[in-house]
Design a protein around this ligand. Structure first.
Ligand code: SAM
Length: 261
């Protein structure tokens, strides 16, 4: 998968080079390019914002640098020209399914969840456009829809200063699902949200710590009992912390919890 991120704070994305995602890039499992939006400005001050049409507080990101940036990134270019692996040109017949997904972080976007993460992990190319200030001029998204599948995406119902934290979250959540990135793929399917539930509590050594013992069943060696305990504890935790998830699971499939009996 190739990911391009456009931001006025490229340094914000440096953690993408660390840990598992850094290793994934060194192994060629994931390709990430971070671009400075200001590289596509044409004035001396490298201006990327202006006052909002209609007045009001704050600033809005200008369409011109964003338009140039998204055109170039679509072709696999940064401000200085081609970067990374070659990208397929847009099909003449406008086969929109082949267009990269343009992730536009926004508090008014679709809420990111594990289902969407899985969808995105199946894409060969993502481009993330990190807004700042009051956001990006709306015409940029309308224009980009001719070359991208535009996906306004929210991390949750709160407001951040910019889209970079959302870019980090998307690339990390998606990147860890790519084949080979996480050493033991079984750990991916056993995680919270994969089956609509939260994961059970986890324990390790020592068997007793500050007066608290690891549940006996986990030390019993009975795989069937361990699996049953994990399922029940996952259910209990979901009911206590996220009853909305449990309700959604049962609404979608009334027999979803039968195996827990
Ligand atoms: N005026 C915008 C609104 O009320 O919808 C909020 C702009 S916010 C201060 C600046 C940028 O931060 C947004 O353009 C977006 O890129 C990012 N952002 C803020 N909250 C976000 C969230 N919950 N999810 C994803 N991105 C967010």
């Amino acid at each position: 998968m190739r990911v391009d991120v456009v931001s006025i704070f490229p340094a914000y994305l440096e953690p993408l080079g660390l840990s598992l995602l850094g290793r994934a890039q060194r192994l060629g499992l994931l390709e990430v390019h971070v671009h400075d939006l200001r590289g596509w400005t044409e004035d001396r001050h490298r201006t990327v914002d202006d006052t909002p049409a209609g007045g009001g507080a704050g600033m809005v990101m200008l369409p011109e640098p964003w338009g140039r940036a998204l055109d170039a990134v679509r072709r696999g270019e940064g401000p200085e020209g081609p970067v990374g692996s070659a990208v397929p040109a847009r099909a003449e017949d406008g086969a929109a399914d082949d267009d990269p997904v343009l992730v536009v972080p926004s508090p008014s976007g679709r809420r990111l969840d594990q289902r969407l993460v899985r969808e995105l992990a199946g894409e060969p190319r993502l481009v993330v456009a990190c807004g700042r200030y009051e956001g990006v001029d709306e015409r940029v998204l309308v224009d980009a829809a001719a070359r991208y599948r535009v996906l306004p995406l929210s991390l949750g119902d709160y407001v951040l200063n910019g889209g970079e934290v959302a870019a980090l979250a998307v690339v990390e959540a998606v990147g860890r699902l790519l084949p080979g990135v996480v050493g033991n793929p079984t750990s991916l399917v056993e995680e919270s949200h994969e089956d609509g539930l939260l994961e059970n509590p986890a324990y390790t050594r020592p068997p007793v710590w500050r007066g608290q013992a690891v549940p006996d069943v986990l030390l019993s060696g009975h795989h069937g009992e361990v699996a049953r305990w994990r399922r029940q504890e996952g259910l209990r935790r979901t009911a206590r912390r996220r009853p909305d998830l449990l309700n959604a699971l049962v609404a979608a499939d009334p027999s979803a919890l039968d195996a827990a009996e």
